[in-house]
Design a protein around this ligand. Sequence first.
Ligand code: G2I
Length: 338
Amino acid sequence: MKLTSRSVSRAVLVSTMVTATAAASVLVASPASAATTLGASAAQSGRYFGTAVAAGKLGDSTYVNILNREFDMVTAENEMKMDATEPNPGQFSYGNADRIVNHARNQGKRVRGHALAWHQQQPGWMQNMSGSALRQAMLNHVTQVATYYRGKIHSWDVVNEAFADGNSGGRRDSNLQRTGNDWIEAAFRAARAADPGAKLCYNDYNTDNWSHAKTQGVYRMVQDFKSRGVPIDCVGFQAHFNSGNPVPNNYHTTLQNFANLGVDVQITELDIAGSGSSQADQFKGVTQACLAVSRCNGITVWGIRDSDSWRASDTPLLFDRNGNKKAAYNSVLAQLNS
Ligand code: G2I
């Protein structure tokens, strides 16, 4: 073959491209290549990195740009709760929840469902119910909502916050609890029947410290459910931290001990009051604890910018009010890439 100067330069170009492609694939395979977003860096170890999303903010371009760029799992902050999805008995309303689910799925993101049964944010008509009528209404709610979203939910918070604060280690008093101690397992069975493909989680707060009575109470329930074949797949640790409730030194122990029961663990609503390097170190510790437990599937932060938080004055998130990355963001990203 006669080489013209044109074909030579083309050959050089092609060989340069092959070399560049080979180098790029080596880079992708190598742990030394740092992914540049939370979702991509968590994905390197098969985990996700999510955020809570509010439907009312999907028109805010700064918010949506960060959401689309950084996160690969989405939780509706309020829009899938009982009061939002069943405002009147037997009448379901999915408009705002669907806005979030559709946005996430169109962007190739997955969805955590939050929450099917909870003593808070019940619709008014349910708050005044009791006994078998309430039990039936709760089960119908679980069945209807989980069926509607069947196939679209990675993990459901089937039951939220059912354990008491303080030292009892027992259940929280609520209208749902007063329908009988078996209400939680009944909810899990209904959810499994409605969406067999979703992971079914029990989700709570202040269950991070292994020595706390509440942590032990939830642990005993999960142990009991596993021993009796109640369909539970995961435990969600909300992880709302502040100076009175700091990230515990034994966090890894807590996550590992739950995982050893044969369930996945997920950090579901992470936020940490504070600023600067102390906040960054605590976010790093939580990330490290999850990465150290093979059954820790992923981390979700409870909002995007500090100003989006349910406790904005604590500046507990990874982006400041202008959408800039904080030190806490950089420490989480570095940890995920480590
Ligand atoms: O409280 C923090 C979280 C604790 N774990 C369960 C989560 O579902 C919970 O999220 C918060 C939301 O971040 C708040 O946004 O749940 C609160 C309600 O329990 C949410 O607050 C509510 C206000 O109470 C309502 O007045 C308001 O209409 O948010 C609603 C929507 O903005």
